[in-house]
Design a protein around this ligand. Sequence first.
Ligand code: NOJ
Length: 625
Amino acid sequence: MLTINSQLKEVYAHPIGRDLLKKVLFQKALSERIITNPLVSRLKLKTLPVLTMGAVDRAFLEAFLQVLNEAPDRPRPVEKGPVQAAWWKEAVFYQVYPRSFKDSNGDGIGDLCGIIEKLDYLKSLGVDAIWLSPIYDSPNDDNGYDIRDYHKIMTEFGTMEDFDRLLAEVHARGMKLIMDLVVNHTSDEHEWFQRALTEPHSKYGDYYLFRDEPNNWTSIFGGSAWKYCPERKQYVLHLFSQKQIDLNWENPELRREIVAMIRWWLEKGVDGFRLDVINFISKRAGLPDGNEKIGKMMGLYGAEHYFYGPRLHEYLRQIRKEAFAPYNAFTVGETPGIGMEMAKLLTAAYREELDLIFSFDHLETPGHGKFDDYRYDLNYYKEYIIYWLENYGNQCWMSLFFENHDNPRMVSKIDPDPQFRFVLAKLLATMLLTLPGTPFIYQGQELGMINKDFQSMADLRDVESLNFYEIWRKEMGDAAAFRRILAGSRDHARTPMQWEKAKYAGFSTVEPWIGTDEDYKICNVEDQMKREDSVLNYYRKLIQLRKSHPVLVYGETAFVNRKVRDLFTYYRRDEQAVFYVECNLCRNQLKRRGRRPEGLRLLSNYPENEGHELRPYEATVWRLK
Ligand code: NOJ
């Protein structure tokens, strides 16, 4: 048991303690060495309020210790060596955001038949598994992440027959399909919630988290996390929008319903799930107030009571045992805020919880948040990858991704200068497909799509952007608030897929639900299919390379030039082959260290480069043996 008499090094030795300390340092853009330094590491926690001049106070320490003391599990010491093979370690995943992928019936909204039309495209790209963002019946307050009926398809997307056909067509092409599973919350229009309001004494009455008085938790989409329900004269918890109401996982009956629903989809033959904000499902009993200092630091109050809740592992094991395992289903958990030690507890094979998680620590550089307008430094990505790959162990496996429907486009974040757009997109592709881990490509990434040219708030649709704009314009004025929204809006990734150089980008025959800009004229599938040196063809070749050389999946990885800034180089090797990957992480010419590699230059984002200089964002894959 840790107390305020414990030393910092004891906190650091606790898996959750280590992750949380790293998180705090990350927020403040400070180095980990501050803590591992022997003088500091011996400090007792109780000295911190004075030493930090009040930045850390007694209440902060108590909140912190509570999280640690309620998390007794320890990951096993890390083992190196061979990993157990699995289809999902070898597969290349592709995320489809159905609303914006392909409209087949001319209503301006993408749909299931549209996805079916494009399955051959995905197959020809080399995709093995498709992850579909939610397609269930929903009032669309958060584009389907607010589910009204888990057993129905959203009318705009089609029918259950369309879904069955989609699944059959995916399987007929030898691909797999995973669904989005949103079970931290439902829509307020879900029957369970409606009945919880009107029949408070029925079993549904306890399916959500009602309280007579709200606590101080805030919503991830801004404002209080509580909404008043006059029907019950009570408040109900919603960590996301006011129409996304958190489920009460403490209730065993509710958990049984969720298990039954998952099995219903697995019976249909789906191959697995991506589990939406799954680390939020267990909330600390009594829902105590969030700590002030933590709330201020994170811009979110209460998170310490649910981002890694006391019963999380128990719940995950239950749904694995009762729903996923009998069908051999694959799971990837979306787990915001989770650090590496917690990730081990969630994904190590011996724990039998999840197969993979999406951790997000690589999407911003230290000291930055999603809405900050700054240039992402790929040197941080290098550092992050080396740290994870060397410490995650052979019982765990990484998911690799740069983009999804919740973030702006990565190329824009690194370097918005259009002259580098396509080489940079290829550099990202190279790392994604030659590092060990399961790659996830987000629709449009394979074309090098970039952030959109939104002109005003009227162009945006996302509830997160709209809510924060209202909050920030009061704090900083309209123009500054819009700039922040432009830096971080999820809508950048949600505009229509650019299929052709035709009106509405070939996505639809009518005006889409969210606008396209002019970019489709220079960046679209049709043109890129024809151009040998396009980003699309580069992705194809890389995926083929990965498929024909198991060394790129399971081979050992050795990083070289670790301390050299802007240069990211590594070997992948096994008994059959040795590959060498060389990446220039910046927009300047870079001197190559040592001799030019001797071997076969398999793929590069530049045409032949005989010189000793690496060009801006150059990426090359060599075969040495
Ligand atoms: C994470 C999803 O990826 C995001 O799009 C959604 O808004 C929240 N979870 C709430 O479901």
